[in-house]
Design a protein. Structure first.
Length: 220
C-alpha cells in the first residue's frame, strides 16, 4: 500500500458558498464579492482572519485569488490586528480615530477582496467586482464611522460599547448568512444599503447644521 494513498481518500474541499446545486456559479461569486466588500467596511481584520482560517484549517475552498489569505503571515498579522481592533473599537473617540485612519485601508481592501473572488473569471469581471466591493466597503465604513462619531457626543461610554458589540454581532450574523444562505444575505444586504444611504444623508445634514454660520440678529 502506498503511504500517500490516504490522501486520495480525503474529501474534496467544500466550496465557500452552497447554492444547493443551482447553476448559479457566477451569481454566487457576485454575492460573495458583495458580501466581502460589505464586511470589509465593518470588520476588515476579522474577515481576513476568518477567511484565512476557513481555507487553512476548515477544509474550505477559497475562490479566485483568496487563497493567499491562508498564508501563515497573513493569518498571524490579521489575528493581531483583529485583537487590537476589538478593544480600540470599544473606547470612545479612539474608535473614531481608528475609523478615520482605516478609511484608507478598509475601502481599498474591500475592493481587493471582491476582485480576488473573481480571480478566475477574467480581468473585466475582476474590475466590476472590485468596484462593487469598494463601493459597499465605502458605504458601510462611512455609515459605521458617522454613527459612532454621533454616539461619541454622548458623555457616557455605555452606548459606545453596546454599538460596538452590535457591530460585532452584525458582522458574525452577516458572515454566517453569506456562507449558508446567500440569497437571504443578498436581500438583507439590499435592506442594509438602503438604511446606510438614509443614515449617511441624515448624518450629513446634521454636520451641515452644526457648521452652518449663525445669522446675526438684525440691528435697528
Amino acid at each position: 500500500m502506498n503511504p500517500t494513498d490516504w490522501l486520495d481518500r480525503l474529501p474534496d474541499p467544500a466550496p465557500l458558498l452552497d447554492w444547493s446545486g443551482l447553476p448559479l456559479d457566477l451569481a454566487s461569486l457576485a454575492v460573495l464579492a458583495a458580501g466581502l466588500g460589505w464586511a470589509s467596511g465593518l470588520r476588515l481584520y476579522a474577515l481576513v482572519f476568518a477567511l484565512g482560517a476557513l481555507g487553512r484549517f476548515g477544509g474550505v475552498q477559497l475562490p479566485g485569488g483568496l487563497e493567499v489569505l491562508t498564508h501563515s503571515w497573513v493569518l498571524g498579522l490579521s489575528g493581531l490586528m483583529l485583537f487590537a481592533e476589538f478593544f480600540a473599537d470599544k473606547l470612545p473617540w479612539l474608535d473614531s480615530l481608528w475609523d478615520g485612519l482605516h478609511t484608507f485601508i478598509r475601502i481599498p481592501a474591500g475592493a481587493a477582496l471582491a476582485a480576488g473572488v473573481m480571480g478566475d473569471q477574467g480581468a473585466a469581471t475582476q474590475v466590476i467586482a472590485g468596484l462593487l466591493g469598494g463601493s459597499l466597503a465605502a458605504g458601510t465604513h462611512l455609515a459605521k464611522a458617522g454613527a459612532r462619531a454621533a454616539i461619541n457626543t454622548s458623555p457616557e461610554p455605555v452606548s459606545n460599547v453596546l454599538a460596538s458589540f452590535g457591530e460585532d454581532a452584525m458582522f458574525l450574523g452577516g458572515l454566517w448568512l453569506l456562507f449558508t444562505n446567500p440569497l437571504w444575505f443578498a436581500l438583507g444586504l439590499l435592506v442594509f444599503v438602503l438604511f446606510a444611504v438614509a443614515l449617511i444623508v441624515l448624518l450629513w445634514r446634521f454636520v451641515k447644521r452644526i457648521f452652518r454660520p449663525r445669522q446675526r440678529p438684525a440691528t435697528s
